[in-house]
Design a protein around this ligand. Structure first.
Ligand SMILES: NC(=O)c1ccc[n+]([C@@H]2O[C@H](COP(=O)([O-])OP(=O)(O)OC[C@H]3O[C@@H](n4cnc5c(N)ncnc54)[C@H](OP(=O)(O)O)[C@@H]3O)[C@@H](O)[C@H]2O)c1
Length: 208
């Protein structure tokens, strides 16, 4: 079974790619989801039965500077890139979209915890711009693909240091370099263990 992973070079996708053999994991140069000709070229050669779509613009702070700007990378990669990918697929692969807890506001009025049946936030003012673009991409996936699932993760973390720092190691690095404080003391976070993302994905593959 052919599995395509987008974003296989990233913090979370790289763990899946490293632990599952036989995965197509093109670099951005080989498959750029913002470039329709790149998508056409890739899918003319490959028709993977499973697509796990990790690729995203994930810099939440920079994304905030792009708020409401549909010509800026966060919207273009997360929403248009996902739309391009969906449009290019003219068959029905099993499609897994990797998303985030920040499609929910987490605000006092509706603090969670959320169930998978809860609707994502529809008020732009209650979400980060990054969260909004991920929520828009989730809708594209669910409205256009018959055989799709969404896996929402939150502050993905791993036990060991990797080239891309996870949530825990970012904090440890800030501490080591004396830059951790001032820090918030009024938030409760749930961490997602990256190994378990990989395990869950493998378990959900149609061969199991
Ligand atoms: N990290 C978090 O805190 C967090 C939390 C919740 C959910 N998520 C979600 O989990 C998924 C993976 O996150 P991550 O932390 O592993 O992200 P990451 O480390 O920032 O990796 C993003 C990946 O997307 C690729 N990419 C970016 N633009 C692309 C394009 N135009 N075409 C093809 N690929 C492109 C990047 O390629 P290059 O490396 O070559 O640029 C990279 O491999 C994302 O969907 C993210 O929204 C992450």
């Amino acid at each position: 079974m052919k599995i395509l992973v987008t974003g296989g070079n990233g913090l979370v996708g790289s763990h899946f790619v490293g632990n599952y053999s036989d995965v197509l994991s093109p670099t951005v140069n080989e498959l750029d989801i913002t470039d329709k000709s790149s998508l056409d070229h890739f899918f003319s050669e490959h028709q993977p039965e499973v697509i796990i779509h990790f690729a995203a613009f994930t810099d939440v702070t920079t994304a905030e500077d792009q708020r409401n700007n549909r010509n800026a990378p966060c919207w273009i990669v997360n929403v248009e890139g996902t739309a391009n990918l969906i449009r290019t697929i003219n068959y029905q692969p099993y499609f897994i979209y990797i998303s985030t807890d920040v499609v929910f506001s987490g605000k006092k009025e509706n603090p969670g915890p959320y169930s998978e049946d809860d609707s994502s936030e529809e008020n732009l003012n209650s979400l980060s711009w990054y969260g909004w673009t991920k929520k828009e991409a989730e809708k594209l996936v669910m409205n256009n693909l018959k055989n799709a699932a969404i896996l929402r993760i939150s502050n993905p973390s791993r036990a060991e240091y990797a080239s891309k720092l996870d949530y825990i190691h970012k904090i440890l690095k800030l501490y080591d370099t004396g830059k951790l404080y001032p820090m918030f003391n009024d938030q409760y976070l749930t961490l997602t263990y990256i190994n378990e993302v990989t395990e869950t994905l493998i378990f959900s593959l149609p061969i199991n």
